[in-house]
Ligand binder design. Structure first.
Ligand code: AMP
Length: 568
């Protein structure tokens, strides 16, 4: 692809809870973040719906820094942290438009793509979007739908820890090594143990809390400011926090204070409410004290991952990498050094805190593209040979064809043969971030039998036969659940519904007839179910739809509806 007009790039997008970023692989084969039109490398994941200038019309949709700032006076028209609602039935109505998480996220994606075009001339079409490892089927489908609504071609979703691991593993030639990635972002926390083995990236284990991030640290400061202000001015704290605009203002000031406390040991703000104005000071010491329980939650999960990795044979960990904006808080590094430095070989260090995930996704995009190209070329070569001599393909032929394909692709992409050969061999494996099971009866009571258990290696396939519980049932409901239980049997109370399917049974199927159930979980986190009636030997294919997912028609309708809205 020496002609740049032919270049079909794959972009990596980190669609974050608080900030998002987009990256690509440049002509030198190096990953690069594309700055936005404010010339910043990350864009706040905040969407502001401006008031319409005329009745019956919709206003401008503004995404990013301006949305975050200009919304101080218009909190009701601002949507932040929408990632936390992905896969749920959350909606908000603004100016007659019903917004769901997919649509709101699509605006953020559109802004990233538009800025890449405006600032660097990139036509963003094919993308890899990252999502937290613990995202289930509904959240993943919602993320893909957001991309489609934004007019993007989502090649694949990639787990954030895998993306960070890709960046860690593939951009150096250091040989085999292991790392623990501690990722504390704006709304989420993930901790992952990864192993790089002969150039392959393997997630050993991963866990997280999707309601724990910088936002929780901000909330503690908001609470502190409101309390101090109420004391000083004699106003009611609940009244302050109950006023949407004041609360929004306090949230903004809290985030600024938190970031200031990463550099200084104290910070002062000025707060106004109902004619009163007070100056309130917060010290780093007080901040650390009021958020210690939050930090402790990350310590517990991190310790758990060290322990789990050890049970999986990974006892030696080389690096401790800190990712995510919130790891800039000095309390995080202090804690990590105190608790975990002795458990790893090298000094814990920040690892491209804001950019590792987007960059890793872009790297993965390149890996995927190259592997597909090599496969395609190899098949072309073999097909041409087969047409010529009509003989079956030998292992030697296949090997030769692959080597030729690697040379051709290297030539096409203007990359060294060794680079393409290296990339072509890369494999990434991950683990299931939750358990998936089916509702069955155990001694007459319903339980969830986990077919795929959290931390199993993915792609995962599991089959098991279950007897039908009644004579002559015409239909057999198959209910799929997910949970965090790392055992085969989980209670319904600990599980949430993923979806269901109905299996049509042959007339006269007796009680005790065996049904074989098969679960498949792909690398992309997509779950499918197959059921076979063993007695009749007749395979029945059953698929289930995730709850709350958008249909193709709904995605298309949303894409049209949001197409004419302007992005600032
Ligand atoms: P991320 O989702 O990884 O972009 O992380 C965003 C979070 O990092 C937000 O809660 C930010 O307030 C927080 N953050 C960014 N910079 C700093 C800083 N210098 N000190 C403390 N927190 C920060």
């Amino acid at each position: 692809m020496s002609d740049s007009t032919e270049k079909k790039r794959v972009y990596g997008i980190d669609l974050g809870t608080t900030y998002s970023a987009i990256a690509y692989i440049n002509d030198d084969g190096k990953p690069e973040i594309i700055p936005n039109s404010d010339n910043e490398r990350i864009t706040p994941s905040v969407v502001f719906f401006e008031e319409p200038s005329e009745e019956g019309k919709v206003g401008n949709v503004i995404v990013g820094k301006i949305a975050k700032e200009s919304a101080r006076t218009d909190a009701e028209r601002v949507i932040s942290f929408v990632k936390q609602e992905m896969g749920t039935s959350w909606t908000k109505e603004i100016d007659g438009i019903t917004l769901n998480p997919e649509k709101v996220s699509s605006y953020i994606l559109k802004r990233l793509a538009k800025d890449a075009k405006d600032t660097a001339g990139h036509d963003v079409k094919d993308v890899i979007i990252t999502c937290p490892a613990y995202f289930g089927d509904a959240e993943r489908k919602a993320t893909i739908a957001a991309g489609q609504i934004a007019g993007l071609n989502v090649l694949q979703l990639l787990d954030e820890p895998v993306a960070a691991a890709m960046h860690y593993g593939l951009n150096k030639s250091e040989g085999d090594r292991t790392a623990i990635v501690y990722d504390l972002g704006g709304g989420t926390f993930d901790v992952t143990v990864v192993a790089i083995e002969k150039g392959n990236v393997r997630v050993v284990c991963t866990d997280g809390n999707h309601r724990l991030g910088g936002k929780n640290w901000d909330e503690r400061i908001v609470e502190y400011f409101a309390t101090k202000f109420a004391e000083a001015s004699g106003t009611d704290k609940d009244a302050i926090l109950g006023d949407a605009d004041t609360l929004y203002d306090l949230q903004l000031q809290a985030e600024i204070a938190k970031q200031a406390l990463s550099l200084r040991t104290s910070h002062k703000v000025s707060i106004a409410f109902e004619g009163n104005r007070e100056r309130v000071e917060i010290t780093r010491e007080a901040f650390d004290e009021m958020t210690k329980d939050l930090l402790d939650q990350t310590v517990d999960l991190t310790q758990k991952m060290f322990d789990l990795a050890a049970t999986k044979g990974v006892t030696k960990i080389n690096d401790f990498l800190l990712v995510g904006g919130s790891t800039r808080m000095p309390q995080v590094m202090e804690m990590v050094k105190e608790k975990f430095a002795s458990m790893v070989d090298n000094e814990p260090r920040p690892f491209e805190v804001d950019e590792a995930v987007a960059t890793g996704a872009a790297t993965f995009g390149l890996v995927k593209t190259i592997q597909e190209k090599v496969e395609e070329k190899k098949n072309d070569i073999l097909n041409a040979q087969g047409a010529q001599d009509g003989k079956p393909v030998s292992a030697e032929d296949a090997q030769k064809a692959e080597e030729q394909a690697i040379r051709d692709v290297a030539d096409d992409c203007a990359l060294p043969v060794e680079t393409v050969s290296g990339i072509n061999g890369v494999k990434a494996t991950t683990v299931a971030s939750r358990s998936y099971g089916i509702r069955v009866l155990k001694a007459g009571s319903p339980v969830v039998y986990n077919m795929i258990v959290k931390q199993d290696v993915v792609p995962a396939v599991f089959e098991r036969e279950f007897p039908v519980s009644e004579d002559n049932a015409a239909k057999l409901p198959l209910q799929v659940f997910s949970n965090n239980i790392m055992e085969k049997v989980a209670s319904l109370d600990d599980s949430t519904t993923v979806g269901d399917a109905v299996m049509e049974l042959e007339p006269g199927t007796p009680k005790g007839a065996m049904i074989r159930i098969k679960f498949t979980l792909t690398e992309e986190g997509v779950l499918s179910l197959d059921a076979t009636d063993v007695t009749h030997g007749k395979p029945v294919h059953a698929e289930f739809e995730a709850k709350d997912g958008l249909s193709k028609e709904q995605i298309e309708a949303a894409r049209k509806e949001t197409a004419d809205l302007v992005i600032g």
